[in-house]
Design a protein around this ligand. Structure first.
Ligand code: ADE
Length: 223
């Protein structure tokens, strides 16, 4: 899989892809991530890529021309399955969206800044818009990092223990059940006996019950 990220602050994305599962997925050749600085696509003085909004109002808007130049150059080089814009005014990211995106070959992620991008960018180039939650970040870079992380860990081979991603929260529409490790007792708090019983069908049953209980309590909207 190849992911191209368009940003005005590439520095913000330098670290998130250099550790742990994503780093290993890159080393295994499962994913390539390419950062593109939008400012490389403008010839204006001070490499400006934003301007005032028509109609007035606070906040600058990213201009269409540098975005057009960057996306068009990428599209000349290969076909893209999705061109995603991360923005708070969009449908919220779900595990099902990440599952689908993890099966794609080439995607572009455009990150916004300030008041966002000129509406014509959205109409002309964007095939999918994604918000990572009902709150506003300073820019789309951290949202892009979250989105990439949620996708890359689902690429077959990215996680060593193949079944691990399948037992994550949301994968079956429920929150994950509680987990424990050694010691079996800590300051009087004991690990539930069933988990130490070796009775795997019963353990699975218990985990499912716990997942339902947790989901009912914390996220009843998921049921
Ligand atoms: N950019 C700023 N806030 C965002 C959010 N919540 N989701 C996606 N992109 C964003």
């Amino acid at each position: 899989m190849r992911i191209d990220i368009i940003t005005v602050v590439p520095e913000l994305l330098a670290s998130p892809f250099e550790h742990s599962i994503i780093k290993r997925a890159k080393e295994k050749g499962l994913v390539e991530i390419h950062l593109h600085n939008l400012r490389d696509y403008t010839k204006t003085k001070y490499r400006q890529v934003d301007d005032y909004q028509f109609g007035g109002g606070a906040g600058m808007v990213l201009q269409i021309e540098p975005i057009d130049k960057c996306i068009s150059k990428l599209k000349e080089q290969r076909d893209y399955d999705e061109i995603i814009y991360v923005t708070p005014d969009a449908p919220i990211l779900t595990q099902s969206t990440s599952n689908k995106l993890s099966l794609q070959k080439n995607i572009i992620i455009l990150t916004g800044h300030y008041k966002g991008v000129d509406q014509r960018v959205r109409e002309l180039f964007i095939t999918q818009e994604i918000s990572i939650g009902d709150y506003v970040l300073s820019g789309g870079e951290l949202a892009a990092a979250v989105l990439c992380d949620s996708i890359i860990r689902l690429i077959p081979g990215a996680i060593g223990d193949e079944t691990s991603a399948l037992t994550d929260s949301f994968q079956d529409g429920l929150l994950a059940p509680p987990v424990y490790t050694r010691p079996a007792e800590y300051k009087g708090m004991k690990v539930p006996e069933i988990l130490r019983s070796g009775n795997f069908p019963k353990i699975e049953e218990w985990r499912h019950e716990q997942a339902i209980k947790r989901t009912k309590k914390i996220r009843p909207d998921l049921l």
